[in-house]
Design a protein around this ligand. Structure first.
Ligand code: DGY
Length: 326
């Protein structure tokens, strides 16, 4: 029997391609060429499955143009690049990569928080620019992390990982806001207290965003929300671009409405709002929160397992719309 055809839309570990080739006829993009939507549609013709990352948008237009497509396996836990209702309507399965990146991403959230609060990037740029000629008492004085109040907006697995690090490692008082409150045992494990969004904004010394992107979370943090934060507060976004109004944040940083921000995700990335590039009190990283070698390998493995699991064995591991399996 001939093998089913799949498309791997972006460059990935060669081992992942080799493994997929054992089960499928694979068209890949190891050159990591930038494909337009038109290119993606053309390459998906005749493919039963797609290995995607957060950068390929699978929407109603793509689905209508690719009637043979049965599954899209995202190598990401976030799946805002999928129009899931449209996929479900066409009986196309979507899968993502939860769990395997939780601790690595929580590590990074904490690293960005520390770098932001302690002005690490700003002071390093100063030193590299040859501006350090003498020590002074207030040079790059930032804010404490230990013993401060950590606010978390979005309390899924990654949010809980950040809460545990803050509470147990740094003696922080952890407060959170989420669509739904955690079960008491999970709250106890994170030593976290549920508060309203308003109280979270007003009380947090360090606010970390870990909520999924959706129409409801678009610009969840804009000028109005920043105005409610302490002028000494820091804001960290490791969730998705679009959750923060980047223009409003750049203005607020310039006006010292809050002390500093750490951003791993941006509206319209890989473009970055030009005003964010010119304010000093922001740490900017290129969407790398899950980027360790073992974790990226685990994400690629899970995305491949989902394709093989579904197309070969009828059993995907982490389906997003399991109703299409019925
Ligand atoms: C994720 O897994 O959603 C990360 O943001 C990488 O895309």
């Amino acid at each position: 029997m001939s093998k089913q055809k799949i498309l791997v839309a972006r460059a990935v570990f060669p081992e992942t391609i080799a493994r997929l080739q054992q089960h499928f006829e694979v068209e890949h993009n190891q050159a990591d060429a930038a494909w337009s939507k038109h290119d993606l549609i053309a390459r998906l013709q005749g493919k039963a499955g797609a290995f995607t990352t957060g950068t390929e948008r699978i929407d109603a237009e793509v689905l209508a143009a690719c009637p043979e497509l049965k599954v899209c396996a995202n190598m990401a836990v976030g799946f805002n690049n999928f129009d899931l209702p449209a996929m479900t309507a066409r009986k196309v399965l979507g899968t993502n990569t939860p769990d395997v990146l939780t601790e690595t991403t929580a590590d990074f959230g904490f690293a960005l928080l520390m770098a932001t609060a302690r002005r690490i990037a700003e002071s390093e740029h100063y030193l590299r620019a040859g501006k350090w000629t003498k020590w002074s008492y207030d040079m790059f004085a930032g804010s404490d992390v230990h013993g401060s109040t950590l606010g978390i907006l979005g309390m899924g697995r990654i949010g809980q990982g950040i809460a545990r690090r803050g509470a147990h490692g740094f003696g922080m008082d952890v407060i959170y806001h989420n669509r739904s409150r955690l079960a008491p045992d999970l709250e106890a494990a994170c030593k976290a207290r549920y508060v309203s969004k308003e109280e979270l904004l007003k009380t947090a010394d360090h606010l970390v965003l870990v909520l999924p992107y959706s129409a409801e979370s678009h610009h969840a943090i804009g000028a109005k929300e920043i105005a409610q934060m302490k002028p000494t507060a820091t804001l960290v976004n490791i969730a998705r671009g679009g959750i923060v109004d980047d223009a409003a944040l750049a203005q607020a940083l310039r006006d010292k409405k809050i002390a500093a921000a750490g951003l791993d995700v941006f509206e319209g990335e890989p473009k970055v709002h030009p005003d964010l590039l010119t304010v000093p009190n922001v740490v900017l990283t290129p969407h790398i929160a899950s980027a360790t070698v073992p974790t990226r390998q685990a994400m690629a493995d899970l995305a491949a397992d989902n394709l093989i699991g579904f197309l070969v064995n009828g059993k995907p591991l982490t389906p997003l719309n399991p109703e299409v399996l019925k």
